[in-house]
Every structure is written in C-alpha cells, then in structure tokens.
Write a protein that binds this ligand. Structure first.
Ligand code: FES
Ligand code: FE2
Length: 346
C-alpha cells in the first residue's frame, strides 16, 4: 500500500522517448512536451531531426512559433537564428559575431527510427544507448499504428496496458469475460531492464472471433512485457497461424499525462486489410474505455491528495514496473533477476 500523499511519478530523463511520428515533422517546427520540458523539433538541412528547448535565449519566445529556414530555426520575435545544435548563428541587425555560448539554446539528442522521432530529454547530454528497436514488419504481417494521450502517470498507463484482470470488466464483451473462467499458470520473470509475465494454459478466446481465427482450437501463448523505461508489449499466439504483437511506446508528457504510441503487428489466416477493418473499431473502443478510466483514476487520486493502492498477486506487473522505474530514475544498478510462478483465474 502506498502512503497517502504519494503519487507514482517517476521521471527517467536519461532514456529515449517517442516525440512524434516521422510524418508529423515537416516544414513547420513542432512543439512537444516530454517530462514537463517544452521542446521544439525541426528538420535540419539534411532532413535529420533536431530538438531544442522551446524557449528563445533572447526573450523567452517559444521557438516553435518561428520558422525553419534551410534547416535552421528562426525565432518569430526578433529573428535570432539557431542551428540544429542550438548555437545562435544570426542576430538580425547586430554587427559582429552572432555566436556566443550565452546566446545558445539547450539541445536534445534526436533520432529518426522506425517511423518515429525519438528524443532524449536530458539537455545537452550524450545518450547512453539507442532507441528501442521495433520488430520489423516481415512477410505476411500487417501493422496498424495508433496514438492516444491519456490523463495518467506513466506508471498507471503502463500498468493498464499490461493488466489482465481489468479486461474482463472494463472491456467486457470486447475482449475477455464471455466464457467461464479457467485456472491458468502465470510465470513472472524479472530481468535487469524488464519484467515479463507468461500466461500458461489460457483458453482460446470465446466467441466467433476466436473460433474463426483458430477453428481447430490450438494453444494460446500469451506474454505481457514491460521494458524500461516506457515500453509495454503484449504478445499473443493462437494456433500456428495467428500472431499478435502490440508494442506500446509510452511518452511521459507531464507527471499526469502520458502519450501512447501503439504499434499493432499481426498475422492471421485472413487477409491483413480485413482483420484491420474488423479490429480497428474494437481497438478504438478499448483505448477509449482505458483512457476514460485512467482519467477518472487520476482525478480521484488528486482529489484525495494521493494514491491509495492495495494490490494482490494477480496485479501481476504493476509493482514490478514501479520498482524498475524508480531504480532507473535514481540511476541505481540493474535489478536482480528472478522467476516465480503462481496460479490465477482468467
Ligand atoms: S525572443 Fe527570440 S529573437 Fe527575441
Ligand atoms: Fe484496457
């Protein structure tokens, strides 16, 4: 149980987060907030992404109001011009050298990878490592991407994405909860930078969708994974042909606001376009139900001046996610590895 007055907020700054989709970053500078820091993104001359603090060194004007000119960013107020590293390269009207270190703006490392622009929200830092690699879309697979913003902490959003027991209630009829419950085994494995739950003996989903996907029955393989600092991944295999891999790249915008970039990769015995057509409305309803609940949870916690958490062992990953986040925030060495198993009904 968390003491009153506490909120599960962890700010891991030395990590990569998705700021936007590649296609969102074009000619215009794009403002984004990560861990409460206002950042402006733009493309340099070569087209690669750059990120600066969204505040002009001169008089605080948001640089995102300015314009990109030949790969450099010009402030909308007095026209100071900055390069991709944040150095001031022009002060209109000033005779003499524009570049002085006091005139520069903090910069953030940026990468473009797998269709996203990733930012390392520690100013002027050399990143330790590279962004998370998304699984490639290989033959037979279809990919669907969705971005939603929720009013909840990073921890609450991650826990929600990987939480099994709520699906039978909040998403009743859409996901689980149609048939009788069955006893299944849960194997939890914690490694240095991740924690994973494997559900063993899970019955094939009830209803028409499950029967169509795997008419012969078949085994369900189900993994839920959290990977530091902000990746939630759910993997399902049903029979030999059906594979669903949902990777949610979370970005902590502010303490109580989290952006989720879900990458849904699947292969079934049916054509990808058809499955996509069928699952999109269902996925949207599920996302909306989760977002509405996270908002109400956050409002309640704030109204009461803090969170009150009571957990049982079927809250499989929430506490582990929290411990890993806190370690990462404090810069502590990797967590010890262990594995344990128990049973639950699902
Ligand atoms: S505030 Fe940006 S140039 Fe003056
Ligand atoms: Fe959910």
């Amino acid at each position: 149980m968390e003491p009153e007055g506490r909120f599960s907020v962890a700010r891991v700054a030395n990590a990569w987060y998705v700021a936007c989709a590649s296609r969102e970053l074009r000619e215009k500078p794009l403002p984004r907030t990560i861990l409460g820091t206002a950042i402006v993104l733009f493309r340099t001359g070569g087209g690669s992404p750059a990120a600066l603090l969204d505040r002009c060194a001169h008089r605080n004007a948001p640089l995102s109001l300015g314009r990109t000119i030949r790969g450099e960013l010009r402030c909308a107020y007095h026209g100071w011009r900055y390069d991709g590293a944040g150095a001031c390269v022009e002060v209109p009207g000033l005779i003499g050298e524009a570049e002085k270190s006091a005139r520069s703006v903090p910069r953030f490392a940026a990468r473009e990878r797998d269709g996203y622009i990733w930012i390392y929200p520690e100013a002027n830092a050399e990143p330790a490592g590279e962004p998370f690699r998304l699984p490639p879309v290989t033959g037979g697979y279809t990919e669907v991407r969705r971005t939603v913003e929720v009013e909840g902490t990073l921890h609450a959003a991650l826990e929600n994405a990987l939480d099994v027991p709520h699906t039978a209630f909040l998403h009743k009829g859409l996901f689980r909860g149609a048939g009788a419950k069955q006893r299944i085994r849960v194997r939890v494995t914690r490694a240095a930078d991740r924690v994973e739950a494997e559900y063993i003996g899970e019955p094939r989903p009830e209803g028409i969708a499950g029967k169509m996907l795997s008419p012969s029955g078949g085994v369900v393989t189900h993994f839920d994974r959290f990977i530091l600092p902000s990746i939630a991944q759910v993997e399902y295999r049903l029979g030999a042909e059906n594979h669903f891999l949902i990777t949610t790249l979370c970005t902590p915008v502010e303490d109580f606001r989290t952006r989720l970039n879900a990458v849904i990769l699947f292969r079934t015995r049916f054509p990808g376009w058809l499955v996509r057509l069928l699952i999109e409305p269902v996925a949207r309803r599920i996302f909306n139900q989760d977002a509405a609940m996270l908002k109400r949870q956050t409002e309640a916690a704030r109204r009461f001046g803090g969170e009150h958490f009571t957990s049982t062992e079927i809250d499989v990953l929430g506490l582990q996610i929290w411990q890993l986040l806190k370690r990462a925030e404090r810069g502590e060495p990797p967590a010890e590895e262990w594995r344990r198993e128990f049973e639950m009904e699902a």
